[in-house]
Design a protein around this ligand. Structure first.
Ligand code: GTR
Length: 452
């Protein structure tokens, strides 16, 4: 039986209402069983309408984007100061409540232990450090590790800060870089089994982190393994940094999903870069690829210490418009990765048109700071056109924030023709990845927009 997207949406909505009601009425154990049973029954019904990604432009649903410059009270924003004082905070709250979950804001203390791994790294051009940071809230303490490399004999260094997928030791093959002890995703490509990182994956992500070229251009890199902040599997938010910010009892449908906690992790890296005397605190750039691109955007929207934000192939839940439902959709991402967003976001499975926000608004939250969105031509899953259109739809806020005109094309540019506007964009030929080409474009763009 074919169940239309909207019928599926309605079924999901009924599922959530029923589950909520049951949660309220029944005692703990029984509640879990009945909730689960209903879940299985309804998801079964939904799955009869098999998820088939749409890659056909003519089948993109008609949609109207929610208005950027109209407040919930119906006031029209005409000046950037109004945007900052009313619309921006309003939208941040909606993104928190409906999509990513709260951006953790509990009070915390952070301390750093620095260890120089190499003071003549890359033929004496750079210094390589490892920093163990300890974060303490009233709920306890957790540690994370920053790999930090910066050009030698340079001060006020602009630094790219971002998370990595499989451990700091995968970023570069230097033997002293420590291997994470926490859970890592199994990967044939990286030779990881038993969810345990080992020597076998050392340097395996180095093509994604062209450190030598970055150093050559006068930039530094600070990165942490994302699983130190939250292992990337659905465990009911019991591990990683979640308990530091909200105990199990305090959690509700708006509590942070993994992306929010990873984004907070990027903010904690910025704490270190502010403390460090080499980094230029006014030139810290948030960067991330794919799920970590979604993370970089959400972090940059919340933490204004990041001077620029770069999203590489972030797609659904990142830079791509949800309403286009092209490639990966809200329903699919919530089913496969139920822990990435807050529970409330599941309400919009197959019902993107009901979302009070869309991703152009996330990009606009970064204004007036420069933002760069990069797609890859063969990465249709991430909807390159939807990423371009979101950036284009964010322009009214950038235009309000800037005395000069934002030079952005009407039509999506051809592959490998980057746009170095304040709202930067390129679509690289090739597939889902972050390559040296992407980094080169980011550096050129940062050279233009950051005061080095
Ligand atoms: C995919 C997911 C995408 C993207 C990607 C990644 O499985 O559907 O949203 O985040 O993973 O992070 O590599």
């Amino acid at each position: 039986m074919f169940v239309s997207r909207y019928k599926q949406g309605a079924l999901y909505a009924i599922f959530h209402i029923l589950q909520d009601t049951i949660n309220k009425i029944l005692a703990m154990e029984l509640k879990k069983m009945v909730g689960l049973l209903i879940g299985v029954l309804i998801l079964n019904a939904c799955n009869q309408g098999e998820f088939e990604p749409n890659y056909d432009e003519s089948r993109v649903p008609d949609y109207t984007l929610p208005e950027l410059l109209k407040t919930e009270d119906g006031n029209i924003i005409t000046e950037f100061s109004q945007w900052r004082s009313t619309r921006r905070p309003e939208l941040l709250k909606i993104f928190e409540k409906e999509m990513y979950g709260f951006f953790p804001d509990s009070e915390y203390k952070i301390s750093f232990k620095e260890n120089i791994l190499a003071d003549s790294f890359l033929n004496n051009r750079a210094i390589l450090k490892e920093i163990t940071a300890e974060v303490t809230t009233e709920n306890g303490s957790e540690e994370f590790t920053i790999l930090y490399v910066f050009p030698k004999d340079q001060h006020n260094v602009p630094v790219f800060a971002g998370l990595n997928f499989a451990g700091n030791h995968t970023v570069n093959s230097f033997p002293a870089i420590s291997i994470p002890k926490v859970w890592v995703m199994n990967s044939e490509k990286r030779n990881i089994t038993g969810n345990q990182a080992s020597e076998s994956s050392r340097g395996s992500s180095s093509s994604r982190w062209p450190i030598s070229m970055i150093i050559e251009n006068g930039y530094g890199v600070a990165t942490t393994y994302y699983g130190e902040f939250d292992p990337d599997y659905d465990d009911g938010f019991k591990n990683g940094f979640h308990p530091l910010f909200a105990t199990e009892k305090e959690r509700n449908v708006h509590s942070p999903g993994s992306i929010s906690v990873w984004a907070k992790g990027m903010s904690l890296i910025a704490d270190y870069l502010y403390y460090d005397s080499i980094a230029d605190p006014s030139s810290i750039i948030a960067i991330g690829h794919s799920r970590l691109g979604k993370t970089a955007l959400w972090c940059g929207a919340n933490d204004e210490r990041f001077a620029a934000v770069i999203s590489n192939n972030s797609g659904c839940g990142g830079a791509a418009l949800s309403r286009r439902a092209y490639g990966e959709t809200v329903g699919r991402i919530n089913n496969v990765f139920p822990h990435w967003f807050c529970d409330r976001f599941k309400k919009y499975n197959q019902r993107e048109h009901k979302l009070p926000i869309d991703q152009h608004m996330l990009l606009a939250l970064i204004a007036p700071r420069p933002v760069y969105v990069a797609s890859a031509l063969e990465d249709q899953w991430a909807d390159p056109r939807g990423e371009f259109l979101a950036l284009k739809a964010a322009l009214p806020v950038y235009e309000l924030s800037s005395a000069a005109e934002i030079n952005f094309p009407e039509q999506m540019p051809p592959a490998d023709k980057p746009i170095f506007s304040k709202t930067g964009y390129h679509s690289r030929s090739g597939g889902h990845d972050i390559t040296e080409y992407d980094w080169l474009m980011y550096i050129k763009w940062c050279n233009k927009w950051l005061s080095k």
